[in-house]
Design a protein around this ligand. Sequence first.
Ligand code: SAM
Length: 267
Amino acid sequence: MSERVDLYSSYSNFSEQVLAAIRKETFGHDFGQNSWITADEYDRFISWLRLEPGGHVLEVASGSGGPARYLGQQTNCYVTGIDANESGVETATQSLRESNLSERITIRVADANARLPFEDNTFDAVTCMDSMNHFADRQNVFREWQRVLRSGRRAVFTDPVVISGPVTNDELALRSLVGLFLFVPPGANEQFIADAGFQLVQKEDVSENAALVAGRWHDSRQRHKDALVQIEGEERFEGLQKFFAAVHKLTREKRLSRIVYLVEKPA
Ligand SMILES: C[S@@+](CC[C@H](N)C(=O)[O-])C[C@H]1O[C@@H](n2cnc3c(N)ncnc32)[C@H](O)[C@@H]1O
């Protein structure tokens, strides 16, 4: 197995000027995302959830907390985020406290694979952006979402690595340099969804956005190489560049596809 390269330790210095500049060049609207979502895309996914002000949303794998804050501000809902990365949760909690949003938006450490620390029927929606591929026990993840969601409510998630063409072992190794990855063939998510008792409402191929974002992220990082090497060191910098190049190529060629799924817990 190749050595892993750490992508998510960047949460501890997320507000560094160079990282913020790269996010701006990559995403246009930087709301703190560390994935392949852009604001226009997230707005569209959020609109599918039929949320009302005052509702309560669970964001699984909340990263820096930026997407939870964005979601809370767009919808006037309460948002609870969970992430396994302690530095992400710390960064998020501090920034929410500083902006007086910590009553409405809270982030805590939790493993998405495990039993979630919430009562049954707690949430009006679940969101999970570009993170499902990191959860080894996908069946249990869906069962837990089903348990904590209220009846008739929806979850939206993206899976950025559905195998949809020929991929070599070296390409898979590069694509998964940053941690644990579960690659699935077409149809597998649909089966997990059905087995957990969800109805699939909609699915769409959203690979193009990931190809675009990964390409921009790679190129922006290259332009800021000197400053980044100060933070990451030469080896990690080069490793991450290979990772972003692999995401760009495999997604653009649709050999790994990024699919968004909207599911509903039956009323
Ligand atoms: C690609 S990032 C996406 C973060 C965020 N959703 C966003 O759009 O910016 C994937 C996230 O999954 C988190 N993660 C990985 N494994 C996890 C697990 N087992 N439970 C909870 N979070 C996990 C990582 O810490 C990381 O923040």
